[in-house]
Design a protein. Structure first.
Length: 398
């Protein structure tokens, strides 16, 4: 049972409690009807009728009951929870892993794992808000009660519930844009979707983060939520996701999954109104090594490593890594980059991209490059980048 409490203000003097609960407290019509039947509507601790008139300072309490979730088999397997409170959880799903049980797959899903984690919670129900395909990894949000689910469903596909993905796609993809193409179910007994004028509206925004000769990394934001939307849209414009066996070609380096990761979520909390945001770097198999992206890059030092920072003379660029300019992209443009694993002041060398980071005060992402043979993990990358940029907060994007 979820207990909601709010205090009536001066503007609520003489207002019926039912309008206060359904309006200011966001309780749905169905939930309100249920709490009335259970005497779950209280003012200053005492049960009241729906037409009770409020006075400033009255403490209004709504005792919301949940229907018990369906019984599923509990599986003792860990779940990576990155945020949790009594209304909401955000978790980082691995791939391949289905989200929910079905008659064809009653076990081996994320829902089974959560059933074990919350085995002591009476009637626990899994209420995912942004479902991820079996082959997609990354962040997804779930409500822990019906009230939170109802409130958050209203926020989906608005600026109050932002979801961003990273995808490795086939082909050279540049710049940014919007894919506005309706999606419909394909004919016949299939889960496949197609772009079709008779379909439902579907809009995806994209920005190329890294443009390789054979493959590119794209950051995407969903403006609608159709089944397989990102996969269908990218295939539609000629850049299917690497490893997407349904809309492109299977890749043996990505067994059971494809190169799509839910990397960022930002939402408004359904009860407190607080902004909650979390980010997740892609798993190692999606890191942009030369093999996956198709080729190395040319790096030219902008200033000698070991020299002092031009704007912060108290900072010295360590000789084994530093902030340089830049990577020669296929289109000829130069990009700011961090270079790691260099033990001498080379002017030019051939390397590979191992990560992409974002500094808190920057709009654009920065690439992290290393010479061939040097392969730092994510923790080592961020330790070195944050040491170099000690005045700024940086986060790993890819």
């Amino acid at each position: 049972m979820r207990k909601l409490t709010a205090v009536a203000g001066e503007k609520d003097a003489g207002r019926k409690v039912k309008y206060f609960v359904r309006g200011d407290m966001g309780v749905s019509y169905g939930q309100f009807a249920s709490l009335k039947a259970r005497s779950g509507l209280l003012v200053n601790g005492a049960p009241v009728h729906a037409n009770h008139l409020l006075q400033p300072g009255d403490a209004v309490t709504a005792l919301l009951d949940d229907r018990p979730g369906k019984a599923v088999e509990a599986e003792d397997t860990s779940v990576n929870i990155v945020y949790e409170d009594e209304d909401l959880l955000i978790l980082d799903k691995p791939a391949p892993l289905p989200c929910q049980c079905s008659p064809k797959q009653p076990a081996g899903t994320l829902e089974n794992r959560l059933a074990f984690r919350y085995r002591d919670v009476p009637g626990f129900a899994f209420r995912p808000l942004n479902r991820l395909d079996k082959g997609t990894s990354g962040l997804m949000a779930a409500a822990k009660n019906a009230h939170a689910a109802q409130r958050l469903q209203r926020l989906l596909h608005t600026d109050a519930f932002a979801r961003e993905y990273l995808a490795v796609v086939e082909g050279h993809m540049e710049n940014e844009g919007v894919i506005d193409a309706p999606i419909a179910k394909a004919d016949g007994p299939t889960v496949r979707r197609v772009v079709d004028a008779s379909g439902k509206p579907a809009v995806t925004r994209y920005r190329a983060v890294l443009s390789g000769e054979r493959r590119s990394i794209v950051r995407l934001r969903l403006m609608t939520g159709r089944t397989h939307q990102i996969r269908v849209h990218l295939s539609h414009i000629g850049h299917p996701i690497v490893g997407d066996f349904l809309y492109g070609a299977e890749d043996p380096r990505l067994p059971g999954r494809f190169a799509l990761h839910s990397t960022y979520i930002r939402l408004i909390h359904p009860v407190t109104g607080e902004t909650i945001e979390r980010a997740s770097p892609p798993p190692p198999e999606l890191m942009p090594d030369g093999d996956l992206l198709g080729g190395s890059v040319t790096v030219t030092m902008d200033r000698p490593l070991g020299s002092r920072h031009p704007r912060h003379p108290e900072m010295v660029y360590p000789v084994n890594y530093g902030f340089v300019r830049g990577i020669l992209a296929p289109d000829g443009a130069w990009q700011d980059a961090y270079v790691l694993g260099v033990d001498r002041p080379l002017e030019t060398f051939t390397g590979r991209i191992v990560a992409i980071v974002r500094r808190a005060d920057d709009v654009e992402d920065k690439w992290v490059v290393c010479p061939e043979g040097y392969s730092p993990d994510a923790a080592a990358i961020m330790e070195q980048v944050r040491f170099q940029e000690q005045y700024f907060d940086s986060s790993l994007v890819l």
